[in-house]
Design a protein around this ligand. Structure first.
Ligand SMILES: Nc1ncnc2c1ncn2[C@@H]1O[C@H](COP(=O)(O)OP(=O)(O)OP(=O)(O)O)[C@@H](O)[C@H]1O
Ligand SMILES: [Mg+2]
Length: 387
């Protein structure tokens, strides 16, 4: 059906999500080759291959226990690999003594020294390296300004908000001028509002510095907002790799489709397969589904169609087309401000969720609980999943 990026065949000029083959391009700053990590019986990382380019902000995304932190810790040299290789700037990490590794990791809890001022916290690593005093002062000053914490230089961590502590931790990582910055759940201590603001600030800071960055998160919105590319991980493996747009619009599996955003999944069988479209029959709908991209597989093959809630429209009148619609009753409405989530229980018993903008709602006579309604979507809305 598709390559690992999940982009369907015939999707046109999409940049390939997984064209980075180990050892291929000189620009691959980080190369992770067949990396496996076992802890006794547990295989935390199962043969991961991944390349990250210089200057990229890359996110590892996945649910708890899928091996994100383990992979990051191996990149930091805090865990050894069971097998496989990690190259940074062409050099094997295993051959590099710790002090020469151009890597800095910011941990899930920032681990600032509570008795030291902001300034001393940031200067700590440089002092240990024996950086001369004048240079040390300059470098600390520069990163303090970068993270806009100059005014707080003399404060102790407990006198700062969560977001401010996070910026100090970031400054402490950046002051060492790592070539590779590793962030493990950098926002986990922040509440939602500061989180969103901090995400954008952080991207701007990393852009300014130009450092290559790999971050771990289990928050898909965070990964989508911040990263240029991301990898969805499950049980120690990379399930999908691509830009946020590619992974969201062309998930390559049920796991990816459900993990990134929410979606409606219809199970069915292929009844007609043309080069640029397929017809699928599903017990959930009174009509066939028409999806305008090709698949590879025999007729009758069981598939799942993913249709995102924002691709589903509600209408009062029966849709005119012969495909991609259903009839049902509104069983729930979640008002979200700018949009509402409508739960529509179809005649066949399946509930679909439609995300309808407030503007679109005002254009159909505002639907309410118990109303009979039609759902429909276009041929480009569905994505065929075979796994
Ligand atoms: N030092 C260790 N000894 C034994 N098992 C470990 C060790 N570190 C991690 N594991 C196991 O490896 C697996 C992956 O753990 P890891 O910390 O990488 O997950 P994660 O994706 O970062 O999860 P979370 O989102 O909860 O932080 C888990 O099953 C975990 O229990
Ligand atoms: Mg973790």
């Amino acid at each position: 059906m598709s390559d690992q990026s999940g982009a369907p065949a015939g999707a046109g000029a999409l940049p390939p999500g997984n064209s980075f083959v180990a050892g291929e391009a000189a620009e691959n700053f980080v190369q992770i080759v067949d990396v496996v990590k076992k802890f006794g019986e547990t295989v935390a990382v199962k043969g991961v291959n991944l390349n990250v380019e210089k200057g990229e902000l890359f996110a590892l995304l996945g649910s708890s226990g899928c091996g994100k932190s383990t992979l990051l810790r191996m990149l930091a040299g805090l865990e050894t690999v069971t097998s496989g290789r990690i190259l940074i700037d062409g050099e094997d990490l295993a051959q590099m003594p710790p002090y020469r590794r151009p890597v800095n990791m910011m941990f899930q809890s920032y681990a600032l020294f509570p008795h030291m001022t902001v300034e001393s916290n940031i200067a700590f690593g440089l002092k240990q390296e024996g950086v001369p005093k004048a240079e040390l002062r300059d470098r600390v000053q520069t990163v303090l300004e970068l993270v806009q914490m100059g005014r707080f230089a003399k404060r102790k961590p407990h006198q700062l908000s969560g977001g401010q502590q996070q910026r100090v931790a970031l400054a402490r990582s950046l002051v060492k001028r790592p070539k590779l910055l590793l962030l493990d759940e950098p926002m986990s201590a922040l509440d939602k509002q500061i989180r969103q603001r901090t995400q954008i600030e952080l991207v701007n800071i990393l852009d300014t510095v130009g450092v290559t960055c790999i971050m771990v998160t289990h928050d898909q919105e965070e990964a989508m907002t911040m990263a240029g590319r991301l990898a969805v991980m499950s049980e120690g493996e990379i399930v999908q790799l691509g830009t946020p747009h590619e992974v969201y619009e062309y998930p390559n599996s049920r796991f990816s489709a459900e993990f990134i955003g929410s979606t409606n999944l219809f199970d069915g069988n292929v009844v007609e397969d043309e080069p640029d479209h397929v017809f699928i029959e599903t017990p959930d709908l009174p009509c066939r589904m028409y999806v305008n991209h090709g698949i590879t597989g025999p007729l009758g093959m069981p598939v799942t169609i993913s249709v995102r809630p924002e691709r589903i429209a509600l209408t009062r009148k029966p849709p005119e087309g012969a495909y991609n619609w259903g009839r049902g009753v509104i069983t729930n409405i979640a008002y979200m401000g700018g949009y509402s989530l409508y739960h529509v229980k179809l005649d066949g018993g399946k509930t679909v969720i439609a995300n309808v903008s407030s503007l679109a709602i005002s254009e159909i006579e505002t639907p309410t609980w118990g109303d009979e309604i039609y759902v429909r979507w276009s041929a480009s809305a569905g994505v065929v999943l075979t796994s």
